[in-house]
Design a protein around this ligand. Sequence first.
Ligand code: 13P
Length: 251
Amino acid sequence: MARKIFIAGNWKMNTNLEEARALSQSIVDVLGNTTDVDIAVCPPYTNLSAVNDIIKGSAIKLGAQDVYWEESGAFTGKVSCDMLKSAGVTYVIIGHSEQRTYFGETDETVNKKVKAALSSGLLPIICVGETLEERKSGKMDSVIDRQVKGAFEGLSSDDALKCTIAYEPIWAIGTGETATPQQANDVHKFIRNIISQIFSEEIAQAIRIQYGGSMKPDNAKALLEQSDVDGGLIGGAALKASSFAGIVNPA
Ligand code: 13P
């Protein structure tokens, strides 16, 4: 089954309101009519609505970088699915390694967020990935297996199909070090195999798996050519329209 390439920009904690407006406008200018690749931008919460006003009517979709699973109430600092939806959000990144490393995200909280997102109609981008130490000590497979199974625990096949997985080796994030196309493809195949065990081969073949970690215009083509790499979750290179477009174009 052909999987449509999906490129998403994770802006992380970058861009104030003016910068977010300018960046999203220049992305619309260069990529706004692109329909053969799915494209999303994920600005900080404070800029979602303003970016939505700019990308509305173009092919670019809006994503958020996190969400909280409760519907409303006394959860200072948190943002709900309904709030994201009302700001125009389609996708939500869940379980990014920076959330796991700095803010106490666990496989269990990832699963709660994924379920909340799906029940409100948001499409999760679920991040998994190993540290360098885990890779070197041979623990990579068990770490990824645990993260994928944890995230998808209790989901129906229909819900699983609405998810994208982003494989982001932690040692490649923001370091300039990229997984080789072969390394990335091997892990993507491994992840697809886990999905096939949980659900079915059909679901495993349909679900999209993005690569993330120092993806740039000069390495995007080789990564995206791999059989099991279905797109990218881009950090640093998503902060300029020209480099973001330089990744979307080979896709
Ligand atoms: P970089 O592209 O800056 O390495 O970041 C990748 C990432 O973490 C995307 O979510």
